[in-house]
Design a binder for this molecule. Sequence first.
Ligand code: SF4
Length: 232
Amino acid sequence: MIRISEIFGPTIQGEGALIGQPTVFVRTGGCDYRCSWCDTLHAVDSEFRHEWKPMSTEDILKEIEKLSSSKPLMVSLSGGNPAIQPLGDLINLGHEKDYQFALETQGSIAKDWFTDLDILTLSPKPPSSGHNTDWDAFDECVKAAGPKTRTVMKIVIFDDADYAYAQDAAKRYPDLPLYLQPGNHQVDGNPDMDGLNQRLLWLAERVTNDNWHTAHVLPQLHVMLWGNQKGV
Ligand code: SF4
């Protein structure tokens, strides 16, 4: 059984390499991190555990098919940390029906089924999260995905220390496409859109002034469209 916080969509992927692409989200419950600015605490904090539902692979796929009117699309496996859950069978069964699978994780837990994913987004957490990155564990995730899966790196940036961290991460993994986005300080109620826009501008200018030509700078599209609403 897989611990599910919510399944919703189709919506638009708001972040990273697949930004703008229609997708159904499968959000699993539980995370081995507790980032200071986490915007999905309902899938992290054990306070919400009673809302998480154990579901079989078959039932999850049925729900994806129902939401997408059985028209195959990209399924985003998210969390919490979805790498905690046994998702290999879901990916294989979904592939048989022409669905594609993207997974986003901080890179703390590697699974052999990463190699079956269509795209793996590794999102190491910068200093502002309150966590230290275990780069050995991160390395295991990159290796587990192997050459078949398209692997990218995404980092949220809140301040100078986070920016320096992202530069270090890019040096460690020069072959991974890198997506940077300004972090959302206000995850309860309405987001501070002016603040987000200012940080996006700051980030864009910083990257261009530094001649950092391999980084992609993106907004959080879903926050622009739907604010901090859950399940959209
Ligand atoms: S790793 Fe992601 S889901 Fe887990 S606490 Fe951090 S931001 Fe939240």
